[in-house]
Design a protein around this ligand. Structure first.
Ligand code: BGC
Length: 753
């Protein structure tokens, strides 16, 4: 079908934000004045110093000025040539370093103290991918809020979070750090995570600056291999990659981090199209962009910059405002400015952005705002934080299978076997990002069962890894030692039910931890099958940082619980679900593949010209595997059941569509359901996805209770970005779908005028 220009409504992205971008306020204006006044007093070296960030160089007992780079950094600090540091935490350490910047440097400009506070500081919440499975935006915001409270108590005023990269490839280790595969849900979560970290406004005592990362496309690393080439078109960039970043900017994210990858042949660090045109011009972002760790210098490895001076020129001119750990700006920007290769305006703009964030945080009023010993003593592992972490952990669990209602188990049941290396593991559930947390502090599943007075017997069955594994060691899987199998089999034989806790070691996901296999690692699959030979009554509890291909388990094991890496209170949350104290309500935010060959696999794929079997051979499919995922996006069971009826569409005078549907709890337990709404644009000027999430509501219902749910759909939902970044809304035929998973939906047609 052709769309005449008249029928096609063009709306530039700038005019159509899904959230209104932060407006200037009078306090913004006064900050701008202060920034301008300070800038006018700064020498060129001092300005460049603000654009310079160093990794921690502070020993716990004092600075280490003796050796090489430590000495250099210390000298730079005294000259006011360090704008920010990372990985320096603890009130005493931060205060001593801040004192040097404030008292010994000429202008006394306070520093930013950054850290990767990703899902908690001491009290660890579930990994972000797990949290996203809760679809509970308030709980997610609270998790970020409490992470900020603990981080602020140890001197941190800037977190390198949230990671808002969309990820479709479970091989990529960092899927654990994001919100899954969907841009609509990802944007909502990005917005709330930023709000959580930053609080009502940055000046408040426990507000810390957020950093939306990695701008942009980092989640699309080819073949799921971290740091690999990203080669996507602008159509996918605008519709899939950018929405969560735009939402983060709209939430007021103080900073952005660029990424290691290239996009259309240009490393993000030198990508003016991303940093200047889209982020700063189109979206009106007023914060600053920090490079990723050494991403500037890595442009030499990319073969994009010839030397470190070239790095500094390319990065600064493209809108990278702060250099994390490349030492390029501090070494070369001055001569580049003097030679006219970098305009002083570029420097002034970058420095103004950085100073602005410092003013917003209130650091000029009180550089020691985050250095309060009382807070440090009372806020870490605070009981309220532990309670919130437990609540979040329960909400993050996804029930994948429950044949014959094997779950929940009865607490008075005798003869329960618990088998598997992760059942007693107090470390893996903490996940990979744990900058502040103490090792081995998660509640193990066995500990939680003991605390609940559950009668069970434990056998490990197999070691997951050989020896100890801690950051940053690579995980050394046990592929040979089956010595524990026989005891596990003997125990299972004499038990009524077997809880098997299997999955990934906590260091198997995260940065630099891509996998080519998505099977249960090591000898765990063999153990599972061996136990199954003697007892089929198995509840499989999975702990992992990414979707796994567990097709055999799905075919044979009656009950499967996805328990991710749930943080400090992991075991307690799992026990509450297994024994019915909590009715699971999580829904997957990443598709689970049947086999690794299906990835990248995601529900909102574009339509192909050969979607179905018009011939046995020549259509878009695999010869040896189904096209369908094992468990789709949006999927998750409950101990109760829900029905969807009375699905109706009604045109509103405004042109919006009012979608209503009745949800009824048809089971015998109270429960929560994530009601999802999807759209499908049947014919458009660009090929559109088979379906796209455009709304959801999490609803709690008592047994037998019903509720009428209403969604409003308008141009925001019906439109999309063309490859030039224009937001277009095209009238035409759509399908509107509602249901409890992306694959189990009621459908209605709708003509959008
Ligand atoms: C990661 C970032 C992180 C930074 C600082 C990099 O390797 O990609 O996400 O914030 O290190 O730790």
């Amino acid at each position: 079908m052709e769309f005449s220009l008249l029928r096609k409504l063009f709306l530039f992205s700038f005019f159509l934000p899904s959230f209104s971008l932060a407006q200037s306020t009078s306090s913004d204006a006064s900050i701008d004045q202060k920034v301008a006044s300070l800038l006018s007093k700064m020498t060129l070296e001092e300005k460049i110093g603000q654009m310079n960030q160093y990794n921690g160089f502070w020993e716990s007992t004092g600075p280490a000025p003796k050796e090489g780079s430590a000495k250099l950094k210390y000298e730079h600090l005294k000259k006011g040539w360090v704008g920010a540091v990372l990985n320096v935490t603890g009130v005493d350490n931060v205060r001593r370093l801040q004192e040097i910047a404030v008292k010994e440097s000429r202008l006394g400009i306070p520093m930013l103290f950054g850290s990767d506070v990703v899902h908690g500081y001491k009290t660890l919440f579930p990994i972000p991918l797990a949290e996203s499975a809760s679809w509970d935006l308030n709980a997610i915001e609270r998790s970020a809020r409490l992470a900020a409270v603990e981080a602020a108590a140890v001197g941190i005023n800037w977190t390198f979070a949230p990671m808002v990269d969309i990820s479709r490839d479970a091989r990529w280790g960092r899927v654990m750090e994001g919100a899954g595969e969907d841009p609509y849900l990802g944007a909502k979560i990005a917005f709330h995570r930023v709000k959580g970290f930053q609080g009502e406004n940055l000046a408040l005592p426990t507000s810390i600056a957020a950093c939306a990362k990695h701008f942009a496309g980092y989640g699309f690393a080819e073949s799921g291999k971290d740091y690999n080439t990203v080669d996507i078109g602008t159509y996918t960039l605008y519709n899939t990659v950018l929405p969560p970043f735009k939402a983060a900017a709209a939430a007021g994210a103080a900073t952005f981090m660029n990424s290691f990858n290239i996009l259309n042949g240009v490393p993000s660090t030198a990508n003016a199209f991303l940093q200047r045109d889209i982020l700063k011009k189109q979206w009106g972002f007023k914060g600053f962009v920090v490079s990723d760790w050494g991403s500037g210098a890595e442009m030499m490895d990319h073969g994009f910059a010839k030397d470190l001076k070239d790095v500094a020129k390319l990065a600064a001119n493209a809108g990278s405002d702060m250099d994390m750990e490349s030492y390029a700006f501090i070494a070369h920007l001055k001569s580049l400015v003097e030679e006219g290769q970098v305009d002083i305006k570029v420097i002034d703009e970058a420095v103004s952005r950085i100073l602005r964030v410092k003013y917003q945080l209130g650091l000029f009023d009180n550089p020691y705002k985050y250095c309060d010993k009382r807070q440090e003593k009372t806020k870490l592992y605070h009981p309220d934080h532990m309670a919130a972490a437990l609540d979040m952990a329960k909400k993050s669990i996804v029930l994948l299978k429950n044949q014959g209602n094997l779950l929940p188990l009865n607490k008075s049941q005798k003869n329960i076997a618990v088998i598997g290396p992760l059942a007693t593991d107090k470390n893996s559930p903490l996940g990979n990002w744990r900058v502040g947390s103490d090792d081995h502090t998660a509640t193990a599943v066995t500990e939680a069962l003991t605390a609940s007075k559950i009668n069970y017997t434990y056998e490990k069955g197999v070691e997951l890894v050989r020896g100890k594994t801690s950051f940053p060691d690579p995980v050394d899987l046990n592929m040979t030692d089956t010595a524990g199998f026989s005891q596990a089999i003997a125990l299972a034989k004499n038990s009524e039910v077997v809880i098997m806790v299997l999955g990934e070691h906590g260091m198997q996901s995260g940065e630099g931890r891509s996998r080519a296999s998505l099977d249960l690692p090591g000898l765990q699959q063999e153990l599972l099958e061996a136990v199954y030979q003697v007892n089929k009554n198995i509840v499989l509890v999975l702990m992992n940082g990414r979707p796994l291909s567990i097709t055999w388990a799905d075919q044979h094991i009656p009950a499967i619980v996805e328990a991710w890496q749930l943080g400090t209170t992991s075991g307690t949350a799992i026990a509450e679900v297994l024994f019915g104290d909590y009715n699971p309500s999580g829904k997957l935010t990443m598709s689970f593949p049947r086999s690794v060959g299906q990835v990248p696999i995601y529900y909102n794929h574009y339509k192909t010209g050969r979607p179905g079997p018009k011939s046995e051979v020549f259509w878009s499919h695999y010869n040896d595997e189904s096209n369908k995922p094992l468990y789709p996006f949006g999927y998750g069971l409950s101990y109760t059941t829900f029905s969807y009826t009375d699905f109706e569409l009604l045109e509103q005078p405004s042109g919006q569509v009012r979608v209503s549907v009745k949800l009824t709890n048809t089971g015998s337990r109270a429960g929560e359901e994530v009601v999802q709404l999807y759209l499908h644009d049947k014919v458009a000027s660009q090929v559109r996805p088979v379906k796209e999430l455009k709304g959801f509501q999490k609803v709690s219902l008592a047994p037998g209770e019903s509720k009428m749910l209403v969604f409003e759909l308008g141009s925001n939902e019906f439109g999309f970005y063309d490859p030039l970044g224009n937001f277009v809304v095209e009238p035409g035929e759509f399908e509107i779908m509602v249901g409890g998973s992306s694959e189990n939906l009621l459908r209605r047609n709708w003509s959008y005028k």
